[in-house]
Design a protein around this ligand. Structure first.
Ligand SMILES: Nc1nc2c(c(=O)[nH]1)N[C@H]1C(S)=C(S)[C@@H](COP(=O)(O)O)O[C@H]1N2
Ligand SMILES: [Mo]
Length: 347
């Protein structure tokens, strides 16, 4: 793993090691805002409160009454590929590997909310993590803030899983032990780890991590509006070759990567090996899955002429959304899904 930050822990998967549909737990990127909380499963509880009929606390054993579900989902950090932005922006300088795909096992949030009885006035569901700390940069609230994000009630009642297993193993500490949310199709910040409290609200939650942080400017009738980040944008990433890799000339080389989108399926991936002058369709591998990435490959007959070449991949989903050529500055330091240039050397 590439260490992007030690404290708090931020680890990136070297994307060149991409191999197979699921990302092994020890290769799955880690994104933390605060130190990883040490949780004793015997003292751990999940509290549910707010606009519900029956506020409740569940122990880990108590949760086992709910049906177990399996769900495969790809999670990408909203700041993935930030290192490609020019001029440089602040934030963890992720390259390509702040994304992974895993099989998650746990309970449907809708089943749990069903038991506590959501009131018809409910608007959002706030997921709060056990981890907390002081925020160092202004604007900031005083005192400790827990990592927390809200979901619209419709999404919370749809396909959100509270996972206690990742790829068939108990959730590792760095990925949210003992229980984390997995919000299919949404950027990673929605998948709150180390859950300790769920608050059903009648108002829009305006917490730190969906206003000051993890939000973007969207043009509106009355001017730009700050909108919390949510769904992942269509994106293809080249795993191989890596940036500055040397590739033999006049040879056969398989360019590989992954592509994902939100809510729909990847319909097409195209590759350019000459900086966008012409695009060729790549081969999609395996079957399509909703909110699951699709691996792809492209057989490249490398050029005779040695030199620097710019490779790019471009995905289109089944709704017809295609990656943009250029960056939209309103997205700030997040949602980096324009076609990313991978410069390599043919020798
Ligand atoms: N409690 C808590 N949940 C969290 C975070 C966090 O710092 N604390 N980071 C979020 C962000 S920004 C991302 S991208 C994902 C990363 O999940 P992972 O570390 O399992 O890859 O977790 C999200 N959930
Ligand atoms: Mo993230």
């Amino acid at each position: 793993m590439i260490i992007r930050e030690k404290d708090p822990l931020n680890l990136e998967m070297p994307f060149g090691i991409l191999d197979g549909l699921t990302t092994p737990n020890e290769c799955f990127y880690v994104r933390c805002h605060f130190p990883i909380p040490q949780i004793d499963i015997h003292n751990w509880k999940l509290r549910i409160e707010g606009a519900i009929e029956r506020p409740m606390e569940f122990t880990f054993d108590g949760l086992q009454q709910f049906q177990k579900r399996n769900l495969m989902a790809t999670i990408e950090c909203a700041g993935n590929s930030r290192v490609f932005l020019a001029p440089k922006v602040k934030g963890v300088q992720w390259e390509l590997g702040a994304v992974g795909n895993a099989e998650w096992t746990g309970f449907l949030l809708a089943d749990i909310l069903g038991q506590v009885g959501v009131r018809s006035s409910a608007r959002e569901v706030v997921l709060e993590g056990t981890d907390s700390g002081d925020i160092s940069e202004a604007p900031r609230p005083t005192g400790k803030v827990h990592f927390a994000r809200s979901l619209p009630i419709n999404k919370a009642m749809d396909d959100v899983i509270l996972a206690c297993e990742m790829n068939g193993e108990p959730l590792p500490a760095s990925h949210g032990f003992p229980l984390r949310a997995v919000v299919p199709g949404w950027y990673g910040m929605a998948s709150v780890k180390w859950l300790r409290r769920i608050i059903v609200t009648e108002n829009r939650f305006q917490g730190y991590y969906q206003t000051v942080d993890y939000a973007y400017w969207q043009p509106g009738q009355a001017g730009p509006e700050l909108i919390p980040l949510s769904r992942m944008q269509v994106k293809a990433v080249i795993a191989r070759p890596g940036i500055n890799e040397v590739v033999p000339s006049n040879d056969n080389y398989v360019i590989r990567g992954a592509a994902w989108t939100s809510g729909r399926e990847i319909a097409k991936v195209e590759v350019t090996t000459n900086g966008g002058a012409c695009w060729n369709e790549a081969k999609l591998i395996g079957d399509a899955g909703r909110d699951v990435w699709r691996l792809w490959e492209f057989d490249w007959k490398t050029p005779h002429a040695p030199g620097r070449y710019t490779l790019m991949a471009r995905a289109t989903d089944s709704l017809g959304h295609t990656q943009p050529d250029h960056r939209d500055a309103n997205r700030g330091t997040y949602m980096v899904n324009h076609c990313l240039p991978i410069e390599i050397e043919v020798r």
